[in-house]
Unconditional design. Structure first.
Length: 638
């Protein structure tokens, strides 16, 4: 492995912070002139560093699909304001803060023709407002955007909201003077309303709610507002930035970071953009100076609109077999003294065995050599951790088994200011950002140069990862969170997974011999099986013996996209069946089911694998999701 000290000495916290500052000045909404300006700017930054960088342009229209992702129209905006008539007050102004507008809002101009403002304060459900006239009115909603879409059926023109997404780590009061990044995601299908809106802080919202109540109590009437949005939606384009360090062959290692999100959106994700650009800059400079060798394999960085840029890139670069692995950086520089959590390495999914996780944990360990203990050992100053696979960003597309580019993610959670107007430059810690940048460098450069003598480093990491996963699972069993059947079967699954991972070493290093390490791993698991008396006893649904194959490549971006293909009634029936189900559990099931359907596993085996991954019986949700996949013609029987 390459000595990481040379990278540590070369990464500049000042350059990292400067790029975050520059990127965060752009309002980077997916498929917009503003995003294009940001993409052009980071391309110039890369070229200034001497990097090979190019802007890749893709058509973005409602009729365009890339793999299983339906695109949308480009959106531009010049200005927007929302004024209260009496008392005279400006509530929102796009020029002051771009998050004041619900992104992708349709235009409107009622500056000379005020409209009534009707407050919804009885919950988001439509049935709570029976008889309420919204025709031609503006709505003040205190709820999540997608829960009040029914207002447009009632004839509302638009809305203003002060909603804040609360989590176990943050409350509305924590963000009382901030605003939530809010956006419409138009599908451009018949009957879809021309939605538009504004965003307020909770402090502004409480003040407005007080005025609404006072007005209603005084004369039973409504306040009036003058909404103005100078925007446009039209068939357009979306862009990626591709940065390349040529290797000695055409195999590829990827780094990725999404460039989108509103101004300023610093940790999410100007931080990932900065970290990956600096990583490419440092590697390229050291190669040119002859201080490190030219990589055996090519290293590419893709800067894109989140998800919506990765689908077209992979759709137009289908040589997946040439890709050895990837790392996605998403929110990697938050100041950890301000309720920003550890830098977290999210592993590649269990459905795709490989050694990428081990290389990533090795890379993170090298990045953690930040200081020395009293015993003169290396210690990390940056809080960091490793976690099992979860979704939420572009790594889920790379890692899909039909694409099979093993991909882990470097991210940060909790993040107090996630998707808010207070995700500003002051939340960024250049030293935390340096840690993330070094993790990316160590991962990409070592993967691009991996040799047979490097494999023992990965074997050590593999054994540490096995112990960590076993410890977590045993703790869950001993604390009564899972039963013996789940414990045993999941441990047996782990054994198969890690042995299969070792057997993929030949893709990374030609002629790799892993037989001795396979024996070590088998012995580790066999000893635990004896110690705990474990058996592979979690029930497989033997009656579910149908085998399905996928009729598509890549994960499904959103089921509702298929309404555009005339599947609205089928999706309405599916959503009706979902009422009362755990939606977060269903999100997990949706990605994992697709990962495990491979034309070989029976439906019962898919149920088992998904259930083992979530440590919960997911049979009912799996069957529900498989049923909708069949009805959408996305899977078929073998």
């Amino acid at each position: 492995m390459q000595d990481s000290k040379i990278f540590r000495d070369s990464v500049s916290p000042k350059r990292l912070l400067n790029v975050v500052k520059e990127v965060s000045n752009f309002h980077r909404i997916q498929a917009s002139p503003m995003f294009r300006e940001a993409a052009e700017h980071v391309t110039k930054i890369c070229k200034k560093y001497g990097l090979d960088a190019q802007l890749i342009d893709y058509v973005s229209t409602p009729d365009t699909w890339y793999l299983q992702c339906k695109m949308f129209q480009e959106w531009s905006i010049k200005s927007a304001t929302l004024d209260l008539v009496e008392p005279e007050m400006r509530l929102a102004d796009f020029s002051a803060d771009h998050i004041h507008v619900v992104q992708k809002s349709y235009p409107i101009d009622r500056r000379n023709d005020p409209v009534d403002l009707v407050m919804l304060d009885k919950g988001p459900q439509e049935e709570n407002y029976e008889g309420l006239d919204l025709e031609g009115k503006w709505v003040f909603s205190r709820y999540q955007l997608n829960t009040t879409s029914w207002i447009y059926k009632r004839g509302a023109l638009g809305l203003v909201t002060d909603f804040v997404m609360e989590t176990p780590n943050r409350k509305r009061s924590d963000l009382y003077h901030s605003m939530t990044y809010t956006s419409y995601w138009h599908r451009h299908i018949p009957g879809e309303p021309e939605a538009r809106g504004f965003v307020l802080s909770p402090a502004q919202g409480d003040q407005l709610a007080k005025l609404c109540r006072e007005k209603f109590e005084k004369d039973g009437g409504y306040l009036q507002v003058k909404p103005f949005i100078d925007s446009a939606l039209y068939d357009g384009h979306i862009q990626d930035v591709e940065v390349t360090i040529e290797g000695k062959d055409d195999k590829v290692v990827y780094l990725a970071a999404h460039l989108c999100h509103p101004r300023s959106s610093c940790n999410d994700n100007a931080s990932g953009v900065s970290a990956t650009i600096e990583a490419m800059n440092v590697m390229n400079t050291l190669i040119k100076e002859g201080k490190i060798e030219k990589p055996q394999h090519t290293i590419k960085l893709i800067l894109m609109p989140e998800m919506m840029g990765t689908y077209p890139y992979l759709a137009t670069h289908p040589d997946y077999d040439k890709a050895l692995g990837a790392m996605n950086l998403d929110m990697v520089g938050g100041r950890q003294t301000r309720f920003y959590g550890p830098i977290t390495l999210t592993k590649n999914p269990w459905s795709t065995p490989n050694l990428i996780n081990e290389l990533a944990t090795y890379a993170m360990g090298e990045a953690g050599k930040e200081a020395f203990s009293l015993g003169n050992d290396y210690v990390a100053l940056t809080n960091h951790r490793v976690d099992s696979f979860s979704g939420g960003s572009d790594h889920i597309i790379y890692a899909d088994p039909s694409i099979n580019i093993p991909c882990c993610m470097l991210g940060q959670w909790p993040d107090l200011n996630y998707h808010t107007a207070t995700d500003t430059l002051d939340v960024i810690d250049p030293e935390v950002l340096k840690f993330s940048c070094l993790t990316a460098i160590n991962f990409a450069y070592n993967l691009a140069n991996l040799k047979a003598e490097d494999l023992p480093f990965l074997f050590e990491e593999l054994e540490k990862n096995i112990v960590d996963e076993k410890t977590k699972l045993a703790s869950a069993f001993l604390n009564g969170k899972i039963d013996a059947d789940m414990f045993g079967s999941k441990m047996f699954k782990y054994k198969r997974y890690y042995l299969d991972s070792l057997r993929t070493a030949g893709k990374l290093v030609e002629g790799a011999d892993t037989s001795a390490e396979e024996a070590n791993v088998s012995a580790m698991f066999d000893s635990w099986f004896r110690t705990y008396g474990l058996t592979d006893s979690f029930v497989t649904c033997c009656d579910l013996d149908t085998v399905y194959k996928r009729n598509f490549v890549g994960p499904i971006q959103g089921l509702d996209d298929y309404r555009a293909l005339g599947k609205g009634e089928v999706l309405d029936a599916f959503n009706e069946k979902l009422k009362g189900a755990d939606r977060f559990a269903m999100y997990d099931v949706e990605s994992n089911v697709v990962y495990y359907i491979d034309g070989k596993r029976t439906l019962g085996e898919v149920v088992r694998e998904v259930s083992l991954d979530s440590c919960t019986d997911r049979k009912d949700l799996v069957l529900l999701f498989v049923d909708i996949l069949k009805k959408l013609d996305l899977i078929s029987e073998v």
